[in-house]
Design a binder for this molecule. Sequence first.
Ligand code: FAD
Length: 276
Amino acid sequence: MKIVVCVKQVPDTAEVKIDPVTNNLVREGVPGIMNTYDEAAVMMALQLKEQTNGTISVLSMGPGQAGEELKNAMRRGADAGYLLCDRKLGGADTLATGYALAETIRQIGYDLVLCGNEAIDGCTGQVGPLIGEFLKVPALTYITDIKVEQEDLFCYRDTGKCVETYQVKGPAVVCISDKRLADKPYESRENIPEIHMLDAAHLEEEKIGRQGSPTRVAAISVKGKEQNYLKVDYRWDCETRIEYIMNGGLEKKKKNLNRETKTSQARLIMDAIMKK
Ligand code: FAD
């Protein structure tokens, strides 16, 4: 099975800054990490690779630094990395992003495309379904597990109240929503292949970048301190916050926290203690 996983680099910060003129996220100078749902998709791909004797290609559209996330995925066991990187792609909205990724996936070749259910910065959850639309294949969202039986994919969607099972014939796009898969241990490989650098030559110019993007962001604002995940009062001093957490403060939010990966649990707790 030829699996392509779409991997987006997202800013490693809880402090989102917005450009007041363009209303876009400011990404310059902010270190990047792999989108958590995409980490989960890579780990799912590794399971399927083992089951089906398949191959994994990872694909990212972004600046040169996004190559770090492709290397990260290849160290985990992906076989090839493709970075779609061209100035002409700048200013792309979800439609132009979906088109560019879909056409590139078509060139790479695929039986199954895995995406994260959403990116933790943009959070629209539109890119996976758009890729399905451009490739004219079924797209499934909020999927927590996949099993392969001969030609068929069995995709499971755990809603918390029940588990829905979808049977689909590949090729298909499947968007993974169980972030906890990102915590699966893996053996890191030292020797990884070179990244394939791609420009936009295979894409229609009027469908990419600003030109291909009908969306305009009318207004955007950052939610302030009320976005308090652990219900810590930021007027408290550090010692009081630690005392609150140690005395059961975390317990009250355990259900929310348990939906996060270990890394983001640690980050949320540190945020609750350190945030000014
Ligand atoms: P979602 O749809 O939530 O992502 C779902 C999944 O799709 C991800 O988990 C991942 O698997 C896959 N995916 C998404 N994006 C990528 C990617 N780039 N590479 C690989 N896989 C991916 N962003 C910029 O970086 N630069 C810009 O100049 C820019 N200009 C914009 C202008 C406008 C008008 C708008 C509306 C948005 C702009 N954006 C820009 C944001 C950009 O369009 C989105 O980040 C992108 O379309 C993905 O949307 P999302 O973050 O909601 O991803």
